[in-house]
Ligand binder design. Structure first.
Ligand SMILES: Cc1cc2nc3c(=O)[nH]c(=O)nc-3n(C[C@H](O)[C@H](O)[C@H](O)COP(=O)(O)O)c2cc1C
Length: 420
């Protein structure tokens, strides 16, 4: 079996020396490459690091890059060795340990002016950041803003801890314990192994129900929750198929995306992929009704009032439950504008999926739809009371939901439909 690969980015913090014990722990479970920023290299000599740790240590964006031949007559491109791509290509995890305030800013704003920042822009692996800095730096509004931006984008933070700092001060900013960082990385890689053979089908976004060639009925769903779930499942190592209504979100690498417009098209696509799936999460906000008549030409305005006749759309969750195979775990979503728990329970009684995730939508305090954050309650037979996930970014929430599923239902047993 090939060993997983971890890229460690070291930046110019006084805590660089702690990376030695971290790498020694991680070497037991993964192949390690280190990229040091030039500031880090001032504090931890790359040659010495290489000798002590016996892992490759790189610092230079142009390492081993030969000047290009300027003779363009042949019209062919030379096959170049491009360090930021080569060193990050196979990494399953990028750990920035320790992370300076400067590097967090570069990561947040997408700078690519050295080997590490360029590799971070290139990688599709999850990026974890373990900050280390003086408390005043950590509490600086600019650093707080950068951290918020990175969290929103799905960057996972490890620490910092409160404690004695190298400068003699006491407060927030101390690097997370390397033992804890190594433990989390090991858990992540093991989880990747467990999810490797799991096929996940997710629906996301709104549907559009056309009235005529230029008009349609839809809702305020942005698709962000479903896309965050797809990204989180992919990061866990699952094979993910995402059936999405019309959204304005960037493509997700390594996720098979099926774009649909109407509820009926989503219904069809879900059935096409249902059989192959182990975990099915229906988070799309599917239109319950569609216009009964489709006008082939744009409807003309006149003075008379009009009545719109609506026809019910197929109920995807009910039909998925009817066609379920015994191994499948089925998760429904319920969006409510009032009496969330009562209404969600009613829906769950009618559509007894394994888990029902309820979220409040339609108010400014609980936007749910078209927001970067969400707060949910999970109903499941495994918990006597609904489990409450506090308001947080949809990215974090998606990871939390999948972790919860993994903890509650034994993955290896899904194929036998056994739960803990
Ligand atoms: C001895 C020394 C220790 C430093 N420790 C830290 C630190 O713990 N955290 C931090 O954010 N910056 C620290 N700095 C400042 C960074 O090295 C500086 O901001 C640098 O530009 C960071 O570059 P990099 O992010 O590319 O590694 C330290 C500087 C020196 C000289």
């Amino acid at each position: 079996m090939t060993r997983p690969k971890i890229l460690i980015g070291m930046t110019g913090s006084v805590a660089v020396y702690k990376v030695v014990s971290l790498v020694q722990a991680l070497k037991k479970i993964a192949d390690i490459q280190i990229i040091e920023t030039h500031s880090a290299a001032q504090l931890a000599n790359p040659q010495k690091l290489k000798t002590i740790l016996k892992v490759p240590v790189h610092t230079d964006l142009f390492e081993k890059v030969q000047p290009l031949s300027l003779n363009t007559a042949s019209g062919t491109h030379p096959l170049l060795f491009i360090p930021h791509i080569e060193f990050a290509r196979e990494a399953q995890l990028v750990l920035i340990v320790p992370a300076t305030a400067n590097f967090m800013a570069k990561l947040a704003w997408g700078l690519a002016d050295d080997l590490l920042s360029t590799a971070c822009l290139y990688t599709r692996a999850p990026i974890w950041v373990a900050p280390s800095m003086n408390t005043n730096m950590w509490m600086n509004p600019a650093v707080i803003q950068n951290r918020t931006l990175l969290l929103k984008r799905g960057v996972h933070f490890l620490g910092p801890q409160k404690g004695h700092l190298a400068c003699g001060d006491w407060g927030d900013g101390r690097l997370e314990d390397p033992v804890h960082i190594a433990e989390q990385a090991r858990n992540f890689l093991e989880s990747k192994q467990r999810w490797k053979n799991i096929s996940v089908l997710i629906t996301a976004g709104p549907t559009r129900e056309p009235l005529d060639p230029v008009r349609f009925i839809t809702n305020r769903s942005s698709g962000k929750m479903g896309w965050a779930l797809a990204e989180a499942a992919q990061n866990k190592g699952a094979q993910v198929c995402l059936v999405s209504g019309p959204v304005a979100l960037p493509p997700l690498p390594n996720v098979k995306i099926i774009s649909v417009e109407t509820a009926r098209a989503m219904h069809q696509a879900v059935f096409k992929y249902q059989k192959k799936s182990d975990l099915i999460i229906l988070s799309a906000a599917v239109a319950d009704y569609r216009p009964s008549f489709y006008h082939t030409q744009k409807m003309k305005k006149n003075k008379s009032s009009k009545t719109l006749s609506l026809t019910p759309n197929p109920d995807i969750l009910s039909d998925v439950l009817k066609r379920r195979s015994s191994h499948q775990l089925i998760v429904g979503f319920s969006a409510e504008t009032q009496q969330l728990q009562k209404n969600a329970r009613l829906k769950w009684n009618h559509k007894p999926c394994d888990m029902l995730i309820a979220n409040q939508v339609g108010s400014t305090s609980h936007p749910g739809f078209d927001s970067d954050e969400n707060e949910v309650w999970i109903f499941s037979k495994q918990a006597p009371q609904p489990v409450h996930f506090l308001k947080q970014s949809k990215t974090q929430l998606a990871i939390g939901i999948l972790d919860w599923i993994e903890k509650t239902y034994r993955l290896s047993a899904w194929k036998k439909k056994e739960s803990l």
